[in-house]
Design a protein around this ligand. Structure first.
Ligand code: AMP
Length: 546
């Protein structure tokens, strides 16, 4: 027997319709590329998204065709999130930090037909446009009078001139909810990047889940600053969850240094912020030495790479800001787990609670996870056994765009996505990442977690960033060393740092050496690039190894 409830597709257009109707006057504030602050409401966002949809119709763009963005977090980018996907086209958010050659490659692979870019990226477009034959329309996300006369890009229009004359009414199509809505290429540390193609259904389900109290906990009372870029996994889904909750949104534009972020937070009474550890490192690096306080910030979600415990402690103990440690992947829309305490933890000591909060957290309803050994056998949830982390769920990738399905089948024939992460899961279901599988250090048959080693170094006051890698060793197979970038003006010696490890980890896990570097190489999404670090350290030999 079938249920007798209304069968309505889950569509991104319904999010913007809802926001307009129920939170029409809630504010969206953006720092623009020009440096000024732009302010409008969800009502304006909805109307302009419809104008954009009409402009795409005007180009004769068919449903399913790709419209690319190369843009910072801002209101025009947000309009693309709804105007492009809502009208049945696919929004392809491109990471501007990729190498121009790689940008040209993914534009061709995605077969982008329109590409809208912030003026900061004009030089990239000037360099690659001739290599992007699929693009029929180039759009500069700026006012008509900000468009330089002679860019060399054929047919370039300003976004404002392009949408100005368009009708503010538009009937969003009633699409099948499994229709593709947006796409994002993975950072791709090896080979060419792979594209994840999200659907309306996966996006709306993820938006619901992300807003839950034990997930990102977003509400109409919040003022939310997504520092996590809209070009990286849809800013962790915040644009969609924002429309669903009607929170105030504050977009940082290109200014992501500590001072600019702090000033924006204070000026716009930001209560909630989201970003990767490297960004928060810069924020704390501004706030602490200047003796500043956060007057409204209550919670921050930190993910994308392991959040060092020292950072969690700094936010919580020094500033009273709650840290939500999150784990996810481009292939997972991206949220998989978030770390919040359970009722039973409330009676525990601060130290016991901190031990829980350092983990990557509990699975969100919708995400099923397990850890398996090398033979695919499931491992116990005892907080000690570690193995390859596999996940499944309705907002998790099945097959890459124009590519293969990486899923592995279980005995019931269900497909699981292998995350490439190595993790433990404790009896309460808290997952902790110990490594990317390729970064695990194997010493004398035992595994050493590079994240653990990095976290200890990061707790030293003179250390800005630390990356631990394994180096070949004739007896132990591999031994860890830690590459350290010092904070400006701070000093620490190799010996002091090695001493700092004593008592904080098993003796055999203490790195064999400390190598000081100017900076730890970062990839396009702010994650440490250990492959690059290895290249930089080519020829390095461990102390005592001939
Ligand atoms: P991406 O698809 O570029 O977002 O990268 C996903 C990968 O980032 C994951 O597979 C993890 O290796 C890493 N990652 C994301 N969040 C965390 C976290 N909280 N702790 C440790 N690693 C993380």
């Amino acid at each position: 027997m079938q249920g007798l409830m209304q069968n309505q597709p889950l569509l991104i257009s319904s999010l913007i319709d809802f926001a307009e109707r129920h939170h029409g006057d809630a504010q969206i504030v953006s720092r623009r590329v020009e440096g000024d602050i732009h302010r409008y409401t969800y009502r304006d966002l909805a109307a302009r998204s419809r104008q954009l949809a009409n402009a795409l119709d005007g180009l004769g763009l068919a449903q399913g065709e790709r419209v690319a963005s190369l843009a910072w977090n801002g209101y025009r980018h947000m309009e693309m999130y709804f105007g492009v996907s809502g009208s049945g086209r696919v929004l392809h958010t491109i990471n501007p930090r990729l190498h121009p050659e790689q940008i040209a490659w993914i534009v061709g692979h995605a077969e982008d037909r329109v590409l809208c870019f912030d003026m900061s990226f004009l030089p990239i477009i000037q360099a690659v446009h001739a290599k992007c034959p699929t693009v029929k329309q180039w759009v500069a996300l700026c006012d008509a009078d900000k468009l330089p006369a002679d860019t060399g890009i054929p047919g370039l229009v300003s976004y404002e001139a392009w949408i100005a004359a368009q009708n503010r009414q538009y009937d969003w199509p009633q699409l099948d909810e499994n229709t593709a809505s947006s796409m994002c290429y993975t950072s791709g540390t090896t080979g060419n990047p792979k594209a994840v193609l999200y659907s309306h259904r996966s996006t709306v389900l993820h938006a619901y889940a992300a807003a839950l109290p034990d997930v990102m906990c977003l509400s109409a009372r919040d003022s939310v600053l997504p520092v996590v870029p809209m070009f990286h996994v849809n800013a962790w889904g915040i644009p969609y969850s924002a429309a669903l909750t009607g929170c105030k949104l504050v977009f940082p534009g290109p200014a992501m240094d500590g001072k600019s972020l702090y000033e924006l937070m204070e000026a716009e009474s930001v209560s909630y912020a989201a970003g990767v550890p490297t960004v928060w490192q810069m924020l704390l690096g501004h706030v602490k030495p200047n003796g500043l306080r956060f007057s409204t910030l209550k919670r921050t979600v930190i993910g994308g790479s392991a959040c060092p415990p020292a950072m969690i402690a700094a936010f919580q103990d020094e500033f009273g800001v709650e840290v939500l440690h999150a784990w996810g992947m481009t292939e997972m829309s991206p949220l998989g787990t978030l770390c919040t305490l359970k009722n039973k933890h409330l009676q525990q000591s601060r130290d016991e609670q901190m031990a829980v909060l350092q983990k990557q957290g509990r699975a969100i309803f919708g995400v099923d996870m397990k850890i398996v050994d090398g033979d695919g056998k499931e491992l116990p949830w005892d907080g000690k056994s570690y193995g390859d982390l596999l996940v499944r769920g309705p907002w998790i990738l099945d097959t890459y765009f124009k590519g293969e399905s990486p899923l592995v089948k279980d005995e019931q024939g269900r497909g699981w996505f292998p995350t490439g992460d190595v993790a433990t899961i404790d009896a309460d279901g808290f997952m902790q990442i110990t490594d990317r599988s390729k970064d695990v250090i194997k010493s004398g048959g035992e595994w050493i977690s590079s994240i653990d080693i990095e976290n200890i170094a990061m707790a030293h006051p003179a250390v800005a960033m630390a990356a631990c890698i394994g180096m070949p060793h004739p007896k132990w197979d591999e031994r860890p060393i830690v590459a350290v970038a010092k904070k400006a003006g701070s000093e620490v010696s190799r010996e002091e740092l090695l001493k700092f490890y004593e008592g904080k980890t098993a003796k055999w896990q203490i790195p064999d050496d400390v190598v000081f570097v100017e900076a730890i190489p970062l990839g396009a999404t702010g994650k440490m690039l250990k492959t690059k670090l290895r290249e930089q350290l080519a020829g390095y030999v461990l102390p005592g190894v001939a």
